[in-house]
Design a protein around this ligand. Sequence first.
Ligand code: GLC
Length: 589
Amino acid sequence: MVDLKWWQTAVFYQIYPRSFADGNGDGIGDFIGMLEKLDHLSDLGVDALWLSPHFPSPNWDCGYDISDYTGVAPEYGTLEDFKTFLRAAHARGMRVILDLVLNHTSDQHPWFLESKSSRDNPKADWYVWMDSLRPGGEGSGVRVPPNNWQSCFDGEAWTYVPERGQYYYHYFMKQQPDLNWHNPEVRKAMWEAVRFWLDLGVDGYRLDAIGTIFENPKLTPHDVPFDLAGIRRASELARTPAEKKQIEKYWYDMFKHQWAQSGMHELMKELRAVVDEYDGDRLLVAEDENIAYLGNGNDELHLVFNFPLMRTDRITPSHVRRNQKERLTQLEALPAVRGWPCNTLGNHDTSRLHTRYCDRQHDAELARLHAALVLTLKGTPFLYNGEEIGMTDLVITDPAKLRDTMATWYYDRLVNELKVDPQEAAVRAGEMSRDKNRTPMQWSNNPNAGFAPHNVETWLPVNPNYRNGINVRDQQHNPSSLLNYYKHLLQTRKESAALLAGEYIPLHNTARDYLAFVRKSEDQTILVILNFSEKKLALDFSRTREIKGRSLQILFSSAERLKTVKPPYGLAISPFEVFIAEAQARAKT
Ligand code: GLC
């Protein structure tokens, strides 16, 4: 097999620490809990873990507002607990990457507290401070923000601080002030924090929201006829494709001056150089789809996500084909080292794939197809905790129970500004809230789904469907469960050089009902067929160049099927079948 790095062959699993496992009985996940569940993860067969932020935080954005970059949030445990967890993961052969939030800190971070205290303190220039620039602003007695930019979470992007008589900028909540990355001292301080965890042995970082790091220096205002609450409401009310398209354009235009601005490549090179001081091929993967961040293949990031794959209402063969064609062509066109793909269908910010892409009729079958897709396409797959047991969204319609403050903010605006009926507002807020996809992991059918002791109120409600078999313990004992299906699929992937490393060659490019492709490495050719329809198919691959004249040894199937050898024609594929077979040496005639 070609020489691949660990992060190219690994399957990643995202742990959302708050919701993973509560080891000390306070209703919040923690490191003791995570430690106890490592066996589940190694049993599942994943190779690497990505931890959403575990740092001290006032939790305005569930940990993505960090007040100490080198600590552990007390509710998750101590630094010792972290080290024990890391050692135990490594002992099981699993790597661990952390979340690195560069764009902003918490407004309670000592850096910000100092920065906001005066215009001339040593950290005065560590954040993005502005005077009011609009005519009629400074001096006129009327205070107005520097421009009409919006925060993507809570209205205006500028918040006034009387101590400085200035505004600070925040792309996210006002409790998440943007750092000034033009300041070399900020870089130095952050790279020290990066080194802190690398010194402890972590295997890399997932970089949060890097597109938001720089802003248009001209502060060009947006020209969209809405503010944030207005555009959200308009998105909900848009019905026709033309209306939806128009709103999409508005979203883009509203934020285009606050996103993907120049300066990023230099910054990513600097960060890469820090990471490359360490041995062990530490990884940088960005929450961004822009392959330009892969640099020349060696000098910026290792991976960026293929987000366009999940930007759809339904996973269809034609969507996947189009996506792969575009993505792989772009990656292969990169100079020098080829870019490596990275696929995912869900994370802590999106509706769970089991809810988003299922049709309420064939959910079990579709869940299996989606898993197979992400685990057989070329590239590094990222799974999100709970996906392996088919966890679904839980829409919380009691605003008092919401913890995602972006949703509570929206609820408030809907009711108080847009005068929407509170009941409807509660449903809208619950639906847009990311709480729905962050509910506690379902470990068993004990009360609280075995996530926390039965008499404890969990930080978010537990989805009651844990009682209906959507939990780890019940599925462990059921050979035909989704959990065992994932295990089996992960094992099949691990044992196949072509699935790990091979080229992706699409087949039958106009088929509407199924996706067929070959994964081909030097020594192995694998045929993958994903039947997205309820039709039984009879397929013929006898004219496919890579397979012609070769019989097929079945490696994996979601249907009741013996591991037999079949010719490449007259191939009967069951409804919704996931079929993976290896082409044998050419038959002798
Ligand atoms: C990223 C995170 C998201 C967070 C935001 C601000 O998009 O995934 O959860 O709210 O950045 O840090």
